[in-house]
Design a protein around this ligand. Structure first.
Ligand SMILES: Cc1cc2nc3c(=O)[nH]c(=O)nc-3n(C[C@H](O)[C@H](O)[C@H](O)COP(=O)(O)OP(=O)(O)OC[C@H]3O[C@@H](n4cnc5c(N)ncnc54)[C@H](O)[C@@H]3O)c2cc1C
Length: 415
């Protein structure tokens, strides 16, 4: 890894996450993958090490870092197991919209438990008929007095059932389509909120993926995030900040697979020489390492730049008791859709290519369940799919490029 001029605190975060990855996750990952069990004992270790809240403000029990710190934790834990690491990222997906769009009262109510890991969080926007197209949301939230009444089905929810707080998207006004969708926080145990099918999956099998069922589920009015009709706005701004986290998960998976592969091909011999001594293999090794470092460079640069831009808005909102997103607007903080999408695309495409090449470099043993490399390949695939598939990321990157070019042209004409 290049010297990215990390702070002492960031280096400490890496050390702590690496210790948990090596000592707790590696010896247990095969078990959790095989049994598709949730790793509660490892969650306790992550809690004890205070890694759940590295990106959240100290005022709510976090470490006061930002996206960069979340990226470092996700990368190091994913080096051992992308499925186990996902629980930290899923809690982040619940916390980020509360941080960005919540009132001071809402932040104080939910963020401390997410920061300490006392309660796990989840994010649920996907429905059977609304995947890439979130505007097709059918789940409804009807205002009735001081409650919203939720009805509908959400699916493919990571950390479903184990999480206690859910950021959820439902239509408060179906006549308004995309502009009728709103964001809520729903607590586990709310009457009318139950869990349906648990998915069985190709990879990230330590992470439970659930269907959520809402039947006349009454959610207090105070659980609405921001304003009615702003749900897709909340989701998009959340993804702008969270997609580097998926990039980090992918990057860790790629690095972990390459580490295991190198250890093996340096000792495995055929034709009286090590596998690592064949030039055909060396070129694959070099391509894998190059892609990983290029991905990491974009990821870290983006996370840092994003934190630098957003932090003043967070500080102001905390000082004044206002909403972070409103402060971002008043400080003219720009959107990060293009760069965060780029991080997700480059890191996840790298993870898929690197893990596939790692299986190839290891040969037959690389394909076997009792050797760790095939699991990395299974775990890598999801990073190209969730939080917006890589096709959707490319659509968004291109859309931002077109907008930027049009705005430059307008400026040139005006000058
Ligand atoms: C293991 C797992 C965990 C998940 N966790 C969560 C979670 O915690 N919370 C949550 O809300 N969701 C979650 N999801 C859902 C995930 O985000 C969606 O699966 C993903 O956004 C894609 O939606 P879809 O599966 O409906 O695919 P579809 O939208 O049906 O897409 C199918 C294919 O068509 C392509 N496609 C669709 N539209 C376009 C377009 N306009 N241009 C080009 N290509 C297009 C897609 O890229 C894809 O290749 C999870 C999914 C999985 C598998």
């Amino acid at each position: 890894m290049l010297d990215y001029e990390l702070t002492d605190q960031q280096k400490d975060i890496i050390d702590l996450a690496q210790q948990i990855a090596e000592q707790k996750i590696k010896p247990a990952r095969e078990h959790y993958d095989e049994k598709e069990e949730f790793p509660w004992p490892i969650m306790d270790e992550i809690r004890k090490a205070d890694l759940f809240g590295v990106y959240l403000p100290e005022a709510y029990g976090g470490l006061g870092g930002g996206t960069m710190e979340l990226v470092l934790v996700a990368e190091q834990l994913s080096r051992a197991c992308g499925g186990i690491a996902l629980s930290v990222a899923a809690s982040g997906l619940c916390a980020i919209p509360i941080m960005l769009f919540g009132t001071e009262e809402q932040r104080r109510r939910w963020i401390p438990d997410l920061a300490s890991g006392k309660r796990l969080g989840a994010f649920t926007i996907t429905e059977p008929g609304a995947g890439s197209d979130a505007t097709a949301t059918k789940c409804t939230a009807k205002l009735a007095g001081d409650h919203y009444v939720l009805n509908g089905i959400k699916n493919f929810c990571s950390s479903g059932e184990v999480a206690e707080l859910y950021t959820l998207f439902a239509s408060t006004n179906p006549n308004r389509g995309a502009r009728g969708i709103s964001a809520f926080v729903v607590e586990k145990g709310t009457p009318g909120f139950t869990f349906g099918k648990k998915e069985t999956k190709m990879g990230i099998r330590a992470s439970p993926t659930y269907e959520l069922v809402f039947k006349d589920c009454k959610v207090p009015k105070q659980n609405l995030l921001y304003k009615e009709g702003y749900g897709l706005f909340v989701a998009q701004a959340t993804f702008d900040q969270s997609r580097p986290g998926v990039g980090a998960q992918a990057l860790g998976i790629a690095q972990g697979a390459l580490d295991e592969t190198l250890a093996y091909i340096r000792v495995r011999k055929q034709f009286n020489q090590t596998i690592a001594s064949f030039q055909a293999i060396q070129h694959m090794m070099a391509d894998c390492a190059t892609a990983i470092e290029a991905s990491r460079a974009l990821l870290y640069a983006t996370a840092r730049a994003m934190d630098k831009a957003i932090k003043p808005a967070i500080d102001r909102a905390l000082e004044k008791g206002t909403i972070v997103f409103d402060e971002m607007n008043s400080l003219d903080v720009r959107r990060w859709t293009k760069e965060s999408g780029m991080c997700k695309v480059i890191c996840s495409d790298t993870a898929m290519k690197v893990t596939t090449d790692c299986v190839q470099m290891c040969g037959g043993i690389g394909y076997m369940r009792d050797f760790p490399v095939e699991k990395y390949m299974r775990d890598a695939k999801i990073t190209q799919i969730y939080e917006g598939t890589n096709q959707i990321q490319r659509n968004e990157i291109a859309m931002m490029m077109i907008k930027e070019a049009a705005s430059k042209q307008r400026e040139a004409v005006a000058a």
